[in-house]
Ligand binder design. Structure first.
Ligand code: FDA
Length: 406
C-alpha cells in the first residue's frame, strides 16, 4: 500500500473492474505489464453477475467481424472491426473451456453458462491472478492529471502513477450497482468528443391512457416481427414481444429500442408469417365461430379478445362480419403502429448507447489519438451490441486490443 509521499508506480492503471477492465488487466499482466486495477465498488463485475438472467450470455457464435454493422451500432459501426477480428468468440470460448466452465447454446448463437455467472467472474479473477494484477477495491479515483508522459491519480487508497491509464468504467445503466459517468468526465477533461448517450436494450413505455386497453395483457409473450425507421434506416427483428403494465418489453422490444428515436413509430406484426386477411376471409366462408375464437388459431386468445373488443362490429360470428371489417382487423394486427412516449431509462436499460466518440480513438489499440497513454474500452465507447452476448464480446475484444498495446 502506498504512503502519502511516494506514489506507487505501475506500467498501467485500469479503472473499472467489470468485464472489459478485468479482461484487459489480465491479458496485459500476463504479457508482463505491471497492472493496477481499481474499482469504486466493493465487488467486481456486478454486471457479469446479473447478466443473462444470472447465467451470463458471454458471447455469440453468430458474429461476423468483417460486417460488424450487422450486430453493433454507433456513429461508426465499422470501428469495432479490427478488435473483433483479433479476438473472436472462438478465442473466448477456448478460454471458457480451459477453465472447465460448462455452457450451452440457447437461441440464435447465444452462449450461456450452464451453472451461474459466478463461474465467469471466478475465471476473470483467476486470469488476473495468473498475471499478478494488483487490485484496489473499493477505491475511488479523486483526480487524474497528466504531465511528463505520466498520469498521476489521487485515490482513496493513496497516490499512484503510470504512463498508461485504461478507462473501463462502462455506461450509465443500472446505477444501483455502481454505474457512473466517470469515463465521460475523463473524456471531457482531455477534450475528447462524446456521442450523446441514451438508454438502449430497454423496455419502451406508452402514455397511460393510450395504454389502458393493453395493460390487461401484461405478462403475455408472443413471437412478432417489429420494425422502426424509414426506408434506408429501417431495422426489423423477429423475436418475442412481452406486454408489461407500462408498455412493451421482451427481446423484440429491447433490440428495436437501440434503434428507436423519440417520436418515431414502431410497426409490429403480431402474427408473422401468416396472411391474416386471407385466413379470416376463408374462415368467414366456412365457420360460424365468434371472430375472437377464429383469431385464436393464429394469436394468443387474450390478444385476440383485446383486439376484437376494440370494435363492436367484430363481436359476433365471423360469417356475420363484413369483409372490410375482417381486413381492417388483420391490418390492425399485422401492421400495428404505435409511438412510444419513452423508455424505462437507465434504471432498466441493459446498456448505454453513445459514449466516447470513436473518431477520437485508434481502432487498433483503443488509445486516444490526441492523448498518449489514455485508453477507453468496453461500453464507455460509442459501440453498442445487439442483445445476445455481443456486448460482452465487445468488452473482451476491446480489452484484448488495448492489452496488446500496453
Ligand atoms: P461494466 O459495467 O461491466 O464495468 C464497469 C466497472 O466500472 C464496474 O465494475 C463499475 O463498478 C466500475 N466503475 C464505474 N464507475 C467507476 C468509478 N467512478 N471509479 C471506479 N470504478 C468505476 N451483455 C451481454 O453480452 N450478455 C448478457 O447476457 C448481458 N446481460 C445483461 C444484463 C443486464 C441486467 C445488464 C444491465 C447488462 C447486460 N449485458 C449483457 C451488458 C453487459 O453487462 C455490459 O455491456 C458489459 O458489462 C460492459 O462491460 P464494461 O466492462 O464496459 O462495463
Amino acid at each position: 500500500m502506498p504512503d502519502a509521499t511516494s506514489p506507487s508506480t505501475f506500467d498501467a492503471i485500469v479503472i473499472g473492474a467489470g468485464a472489459a477492465g478485468l479482461f484487459c488487466a489480465a491479458r496485459a499482466a500476463q504479457r508482463g505489464v505491471k497492472v493496477l486495477l481499481v474499482d469504486h465498488a466493493a465487488k467486481v463485475a456486478e454486471k457479469v453477475r446479473i447478466s443473462g438472467g444470472g447465467r451470463c450470455n458471454f458471447t455469440n457464435r453468430d458474429l461476423e467481424p468483417r460486417a460488424p454493422q450487422k450486430h453493433f451500432l454507433g456513429e461508426n459501426a465499422n470501428f469495432c472491426r479490427s478488435a473483433l477480428a483479433r479476438f473472436t468468440p472462438t478465442d473466448f470460448i477456448a478460454l471458457v473451456q480451459k477453465h472447465g466452465i460448462p455452457f450451452h447454446e440457447k437461441h440464435k448463437g447465444q452462449l450461456f453458462g450452464d451453472r451461474s455467472s459466478e463461474d465467469f467472474i471466478r475465471m476473470l479473477l483467476a486470469e488476473c491472478e495468473a498475471g499478478g494484477v494488483t487490485r484496489w477495491q473499493p477505491c475511488t479515483v479523486e483526480s487524474m492529471a497528466f504531465a511528463d508522459r505520466t498520469y498521476r491519480l489521487r485515490t482513496s487508497k493513496g497516490e499512484v502513477q503510470a504512463p498508461a491509464v485504461v478507462i473501463a468504467t462502462g455506461g450509465l445503466s443500472i446505477p444501483q450497482i455502481g454505474a457512473s459517468d466517470f469515463g465521460y468526465r475523463v473524456a471531457r477533461q482531455f477534450d475528447l468528443a462524446l456521442v450523446t448517450t441514451r438508454p438502449a436494450l430497454v423496455p419502451l413505455t406508452f402514455d397511460g391512457a393510450a395504454w389502458a386497453p393493453f395493460a390487461g395483457l401484461a405478462g403475455l409473450a408472443l413471437p412478432v416481427r417489429i420494425e422502426t425507421g424509414a426506408k434506408k434506416e429501417r431495422m426489423a427483428f423477429d423475436e418475442d414481444l412481452l406486454f408489461t403494465h407500462r408498455g412493451l418489453s421482451g427481446p423484440a422490444v429491447l433490440q428495436i429500442s437501440s434503434y428507436w428515436r423519440a417520436g418515431q413509430p414502431l410497426r409490429i406484426d403480431l402474427a408473422p408469417g401468416v396472411d391474416l386477411a386471407t385466413e379470416l376471409l376463408q374462415a368467414k366462408s366456412r365457420s360460424r365461430k365468434l371472430v375472437a375464437n377464429e383469431l385464436a388459431a393464429w394469436v394468443p386468445s387474450r390478444l385476440a379478445d383485446a383486439w376484437v373488443q376494440q370494435d363492436a362490429g367484430l363481436q359476433r360470428p365471423v360469417n356475420e362480419c363484413s369483409d372490410k371489417a375482417l381486413q381492417q382487423l388483420a391490418q390492425r394486427l399485422q401492421a400495428w403502429e404505435l409511438v412510444p412516449t419513452g423508455s424505462e431509462g437507465y434504471r432498466k436499460a441493459e446498456v448505454t448507447a453513445g459514449g466516447v466518440d470513436t473518431r477520437e480513438l485508434s481502432s487498433q489499440t483503443l488509445e486516444a489519438k490526441k492523448q498518449p497513454g489514455l485508453y477507453f474500452i468496453g461500453e464507455v465507447v460509442d459501440v453498442t451490441g445487439w442483445l445476445g452476448g455481443y456486448n460482452f464480446q465487445w468488452a473482451w475484444a476491446s480489452g484484448n486490443a488495448c492489452a496488446e498495446a500496453l
